[in-house]
Each structure stands twice: as C-alpha cells, then as structure tokens.
Design a protein around this ligand. Structure first.
Ligand code: MLT
Length: 262
C-alpha cells in the first residue's frame, strides 16, 4: 500500500487485526526484511511495516534525515491508519527511530521492542566513516555499501541462499535515501540520559553473534530502561529476526502475552 505522509509517498504493509505491531526496519533495509514476522503475526495482530523515507518503495528527500524526522513520519502514518497506540518493534537504525518516537510521542506507544540496537550517539570516527560512506554512494552508487552491510548481517557461516536473500532485501536501496540515513545517523543525539523515563513495557532482543552492534549494547539498554526484559538469541547475527526467525518470533510472542499486549 502507498499513502501520502508528511507530503511524501510512503509504502507499507498493513495486514491482520488486533493489537497493532509497528515493525521498523534498519539500514540499508526495507520492510521486506520483516517477512517472517508479517507471516507469523498477522493472524492475531495488526501488523504494520513501513518503508522508511527514502528506503524500499518510499519516496526520498535530499539531505540528512534526522531520526526525529523518521519518527514524525511513523507517527503520522499511525495517525492516518488510526492504528495507535502501537507496539513498536525497531531493528538497529529502526531502534534509534523507535527511541526518538518514544520520546516525542509517548502516547503513540503501548510497548517497545528494541532489536540489535543502542542508545548512544556515534563516536567521531564512526560519524566520519558514515560521511565517507555517503560520499562513496554519491560517486559509486548504493551497491558498494549494500554489499558491505549484507555480508555482515548474519551469524557465523550463513548458507549462500540466506546471504543472497539478505542482499535481495537490500536491492531496492535508493542512493538518496541511504545518504540521508547515513548523515542522519551521524548527527543523532545520545538518547542514554532519557532511557529512565520510558514507561511502556519494553523488550530488548539481541543476537548473540551480532558483529555490527554487539549484544553488550543491548544489555546496557535493558539495564537503563525501567523493568525492561532482555532476550539473547543464540546463533543470531545482526539481522536477528531473519537469522533466527522462529526463536525471535517465540520471544516476541511470549513477551507480548506476558505483558498483556496480545
Ligand atoms: C542498521 O542495521 O540499521 C545499522 O547497522 C545501524 C548503524 O549502522 O548504526
């Protein structure tokens, strides 16, 4: 489906009925990465999975896209769909956006699931690397960055078909959208000092073999958010929800039930 949100065409999946689950993908991905969750949860929940601005099939804008801007888009989409308050499941960059949304629009959420993500800002070296990657996309196109990220998304020694699937998820990457996300992430603020104010039930999920955002970041998040629960998924890399979809879905489902959100 495609609707105008904040003046842009946004593509999203909206399937099923029940408590709304808003799945927010990471970088340089799009909503197709949540296919195992859409399939598993749509019989009992309303599953909403948008492509963030400039990613997948959603329209791009020029310049850096702040995490707050993505959060405003999601808030507007929820309003348009009359789907709030929702349980927001954010993966990696989607987790940075989830924290921005939780801070700006707490009334839009009834639960928060932070997957393979962190609250800290980029160290100067990491921010510079993102600016370099953005410059590389300008001269060489999206493929260089997509290849690099795709190869690091899964645990251990993924079979070639699964690695190809991850690269396939990333293939609709739009250069302008990736540049906007990289520059936006490089500029994002540290959300750490604010985590203690989160009041909705929160689940933190980490891949034990995440080579991009190590599980220690998730442990720190879970300690800083009041009453948050932590699930470590074994044999899972950064793209936890695809790498170990069954274990991920089971962890999410039991937490939803235990938290009275099912
Ligand atoms: C992601 O998966 O969204 C990115 O790895 C996040 C990041 O680069 O910080």
């Amino acid at each position: 489906m495609r609707v105008p949100v904040n003046g842009l065409q946004v593509e999203f999946t909206d399937a099923g009925r029940g408590t709304p689950l808003l799945f927010v993908h990471g970088f340089p991905l799009n909503r197709t990465a949540w296919a195992p969750q859409v399939a598993a949860f749509q019989s009992r929940f309303r599953v909403i999975a948008p492509d963030l601005r400039g990613m997948g099939g959603s329209q791009a804008t020029a310049g850096p896209v702040a995490m707050d801007r993505y959060a405003e888009d999601l808030h507007e989409l929820l309003r348009f769909l009359e789907a709030g308050p929702a349980v927001l499941v954010g993966h990696s960059m989607g987790g940075y956006v989830a924290l921005a949304l939780a801070k700006a629009f707490p009334e839009a959420l009834r639960g928060l699931v932070l997957v393979a993500t962190k609250a800290g800002a980029d160290a100067p070296a990491a921010a510079s690397a993102r600016r370099l990657a953005a410059a590389k996309i300008r001269t060489e196109g999206a493929a260089a960055v997509v290849r690099d990220m795709a190869s690091r998304m899964l645990s251990g020694h993924p079979d070639p078909a699964r690695a190809a699937a991850v690269q396939g998820f990333m293939s609709p990457a739009q250069p302008e959208g990736l540049i906007g996300a990289l520059l936006g992430m490089a500029e994002r603020a540290d959300a750490g000092a604010w985590l203690g104010q989160i009041t909705v039930p929160t689940l933190v999920i980490a891949g034990a073999e995440d080579a991009i955002i190590p599980p220690g970041e998730s442990e720190a998040l879970a300690q800083a958010i009041p009453h948050a629960q932590l699930r470590l998924i074994v044999r899972a890399g950064h793209l936890v929800a695809f790498d170990q979809a069954e274990a991920f879905n089971a962890a999410l489902e039991s937490w939803l039930a235990d938290s009275g959100l099912a």
